[in-house]
Design a protein around this ligand. Sequence first.
Ligand code: ATP
Length: 244
Amino acid sequence: MTTPLLQVSDLQVFYGKVEALHSVAIQVGAGQIVTVIGPNGAGKSTMLNAIAGALPSNGAIKGKVLLDAHDLGGMAIEKRVARGMCLVPEKRELFSSMRVEDNLLLGSYRRYQAGEKNYADQLQVVFELFPRLLERRNQEAGTLSGGERQMLALGRALMAKPQLLMLDEPSLGLAPLIVKEIFHIIQRLKQTGVAILLVEQNARAALQVADYAYVLETGEIALQGPAAELAHDQRVIDTYLGLA
Ligand code: ATP
């Protein structure tokens, strides 16, 4: 069996005395889409932030996070980016008064710093994936629509050429048509070879694009399996997929 790209084991996170994650174990294979679904407050963002090295300062972490078999324990966020993981946070965190293209270029800053001559080449790849960003390359990021902002956040993460992209609720607050477009883009991203760890409340759409899925409930993995199987699990249907 090949070693998974991301291996998380016995992950625990505490905010003060409160345990937000309890012994979480997940894996993502190279080039796979893996989704983590679950209700509000289950600990999904906490899990992504812990993996990315981006926990708030009152969060304490135990357990192992391996990327490509390298232990990331205690490693700073920018070193994790250099190792090939990139988080697109729920709040997108764009630079509103900067142009779209400059926001994208910031995503390749680490590669620029590392002396990579062709750090900006990836811009063409991103513009091919997101023609809308090419049209708006000179527009200030703060003037973009919600969907365009999510595209820019995704594009900026791709500028770092990650092996693993972690997406925190990419469909949050977007209109249904735009949500469809975002999930379509996620499928296209998979074709570029990047692995994706997708946290979503839109369980139906997430299970459609994912290879494997975990259900996180009150800080613990309650259920897991191939996404197509979980989509037919009666408990998942009743709790997360509703009647529609
Ligand atoms: P949502 O879908 O609503 O974003 P989530 O599944 O991503 O929820 P988290 O945001 O990870 O859940 O929160 C998990 C638990 O940890 C919640 O009870 C939350 O109130 C708590 N929590 C999150 N961040 C902090 C923090 N910085 N300090 C204290 N408690 C926190």
